[in-house]
Write a protein that binds this ligand. Structure first.
Ligand code: SF4
Length: 455
């Protein structure tokens, strides 16, 4: 059964308010109450979640020909400057960061003039078609009318200037995802009645290290047309075609399910959630996409393609499994779907996941995690470094899979680390990703350095 941390008080020194966000899996199933998740972080708990603005920025940033003005102090802009390893097959302008650099005087007298001047400078110099304006914390406090400025500048320069109201204090990273999805919808709604065509949109893939291209190649292989992508390697022209698609597939559920829901309600495009991490989930996803498109030919092609790819990987995986069998993994990632795929991927390598957590997992994600997690696994939502440290010392994983914030913690504890977040430079999705992931896990865990570090 599954007990909350409260049941093991003497063993945990976590904050009282955090105890319902940590579960211990025991033999025989789960408790009826489930984990506390999808809620605001506990004040003072040092959540690893980013702020609302950062959540919005990371979703919109990969649009290759969009301009982003951060209306706020320069720190907000530098915090998110080019932070994703999203690749582009066209424009590179998205890798720049523009800011109104608000100072004390602007906070007292208002920053609208500065924002107008900033938009004007970009309009005259670059003639963009699409510009996002992010209102960060201080703008939420002083109350600049960002909507009005965006509206008048849109009209004056005949371009889309879209406000993204994302003061960091107005929620958590998931609120920022929602703000980004609303901004995308503002862009799409004028085109909502486009005639439908036989194709899909890919949502929640940010083309990290070229992963969107891998998925697009798979679609080509099975004969399914991709209409638009959100937001990896996308552009203004590409995105406004999206309302014509028959199906949305959602890869990063945490950031893009809200967009998929709105597109379903307002454009009549159904969606399915998919994952391309690991052989099992990649295969299931391709079959489900072909099935959802009611395309028999694509289904047959997907079956053949996946079987061939799995056969090609058999020998490779057997070789690596020899060194990895029985090793232990800890997983702390952004969304629930990725965590679920990683548990399965480690299982296929003969490894056991002993700790698993997410920043923005939903109750339905945790239900799956609880059902597939092995006995004695610690499951935690919105963890802080102290909790991660405590449970890693207790569970003794050989590797931690996480994001950049978790890397120093793993190394300080003498544990190997695998970056599965947006800064990595090699793809981990699809069948190609299985090779990279397995090699990275193996190189990390079997590195001789650990025997000196852990002495
Ligand atoms: S929006 Fe607020 S919390 Fe986010 S980076 Fe700017 S000042 Fe910090």
């Amino acid at each position: 059964m599954m007990n909350t941390a409260t049941d093991k008080k003497e063993e945990f020194s976590v904050l009282e308010e955090r105890k319902d966000s940590i579960l211990y899996k025991y033999e025989g199933g789960c408790s009826g109450t489930g984990i506390r998740c999808d809620s605001d972080s506990v004040s003072g708990a040092v959540s690893q979640r980013a702020c609302v603005y950062c959540g919005a920025r990371v979703v919109l940033n990969p649009i290759t020909d969009a301009f982003h003005i951060v209306h706020g102090p320069i720190g907000c802009a530098s915090y998110t400057w080019d932070i994703r390893g999203s690749l582009s097959s066209g424009e590179e302008i998205y890798r720049n960061s523009f800011s109104t650099d608000l100072r004390e005087k602007d906070v007292i007298f208002g920053g609208e003039r500065k924002l107008e001047a900033g938009i004007e400078e970009i309009a005259l110099k670059y003639h963009p078609r699409l510009l996002f304006v992010y209102a960060t914390c201080i703008v939420g406090v002083i109350g600049d009318d960002v909507d009005a400025v965006c509206k008048s500048m849109s009209k004056k320069y005949d371009m889309q200037v879209i406000p993204v109201k994302s003061p960091g204090f107005s929620g958590n990273k998931a609120t920022g995802y929602k703000m980004a999805c609303n901004a995308i919808m503002q862009l799409l709604l004028p085109y909502k009645n486009r005639e439908k065509r036989n194709g899909i949109n890919i949502l929640g893939d940010f083309n990290l290290a070229g992963e969107m291209w891998i998925i697009k190649n798979y679609m080509k292989e099975i004969g399914i047309d991709v209409v638009a992508t959100f937001t990896g390697d996308s552009s203004y022209e590409n995105m406004i075609k999206a309302p014509a698609a028959r199906l949305n597939i959602v890869q990063c559920a945490g950031s893009s399910t809200y967009l998929a829901n709105r597109m379903q309600e307002e454009m009549d495009i159904p969606y399915i959630k998919v994952s391309f991490f690991g052989i099992e989930d990649t295969t299931n996803s391709l079959l489900r996409i072909a099935g959802a498109m009611k395309d028999e030919k694509a289904l047959q092609k997907a079956e053949e393609f996946c079987n061939r790819k799995a056969r090609e990987l058999e020998g490779f995986l057997e070789t690596y499994k020899k060194g990895l069998e029985g090793k232990r993994a800890a997983v702390y990632v952004g969304g629930g779907f990725k965590a679920i795929s990683l548990i399965r991927q480690f299982k296929s390598l003969g490894m056991k996941t002993v700790l698993v957590g997410t920043q923005t997992g939903k109750p339905e994600d945790y239900e799956v995690i609880e059902s597939i997690a092995e006995k004695d696994t610690v499951i935690l939502d919105d963890a802080n470094p102290a909790e991660l440290e405590k449970f890693m010392i207790e569970k003794k994983p050989d590797i931690l899979v996480g994001g950049v914030k978790e890397r120093p913690l793993a190394y300080k504890l003498g544990i190997a680390f695998c970056d599965h977040n947006h800064e990595r430079k090699h793809p981990l999705a699809g069948f190609e990703g299985v090779i990279n992931f397995t090699k990275e896990i193996s190189d990390g865990i079997l590195n001789p350095v650990w025997k000196y570090v852990r002495q």
